[in-house]
Ligand binder design. Structure first.
Ligand SMILES: [Fe+2]
Ligand SMILES: [Fe+2]
Length: 146
C-alpha cells in the first residue's frame, strides 16, 4: 500500500486579511492541519483524531472572533458569512467521522484533502471577500477592531 505523503499548506502574505488576530488564528489552523499531516505520515491514527479535535476547536474559536469583527464592522454579508461558517463546521464534523474510517483503511489523503478544502473554503473563498471591505474602512475604525 502506498504510504501517505502529505502536502503541506504554507502561510502566504496573500492570505492576510489585515487584522493580526484573525491572521494569527488562520496561521494556527494551518499549523494544526500540517500537524495532522505529520501524524498521518506516521500512521498515527489516534494522534490524528486528537489533532482533528484540536483543529475543530481552533476553527470554532476563530469563527467566533471573525464573526464579531464582521458584525462590528458593518460588513453587509456578515450573516451570510456566519452561516457559511456553520456549514463548514457541520461538514468538518461529518468529515471527522469519515476520516476515522478512511484512516483505518489507510486512505489518509482523502481525509487530508477534506480538511484542506475546509481551510481553503474559509480563508481563500470567504475571507478574501471581507478583506477588501475592511480595507476600505478608515484607519481609525480598523485599529479599533484589532
Ligand atoms: Fe471566515
Ligand atoms: Fe477565517
Amino acid at each position: 500500500m502506498d504510504q501517505f505523503k502529505r502536502s503541506r499548506l504554507e502561510w502566504r502574505q496573500g492570505f492576510s486579511v489585515g487584522i493580526s488576530r484573525i491572521d494569527d488564528q488562520h496561521r494556527g489552523m494551518i499549523d494544526a492541519l500540517n500537524e495532522i499531516g505529520l501524524a498521518m505520515e506516521d500512521g498515527d491514527t489516534e494522534g490524528c483524531d486528537r489533532l482533528f479535535g484540536k483543529f475543530l476547536d481552533l476553527s470554532r474559536d476563530h469563527f467566533e472572533s471573525e464573526e464579531k469583527v464582521l458584525f462590528a464592522s458593518g460588513y453587509p454579508k456578515a450573516q451570510e458569512h456566519a452561516d457559511y461558517h456553520r456549514q463548514l463546521l457541520a461538514m468538518a464534523e461529518k468529515a471527522r467521522e469519515q476520516c476515522r474510517q478512511l484512516m483505518a483503511a489507510n486512505q489518509m489523503d482523502e481525509c487530508f484533502n477534506s480538511l484542506l478544502e475546509f481551510l481553503i473554503g474559509d480563508l481563500l473563498e470567504a475571507d478574501i471577500q471581507f478583506k477588501s471591505f475592511l480595507e476600505e474602512m478608515d484607519a481609525a475604525n480598523r485599529s479599533g477592531l484589532n
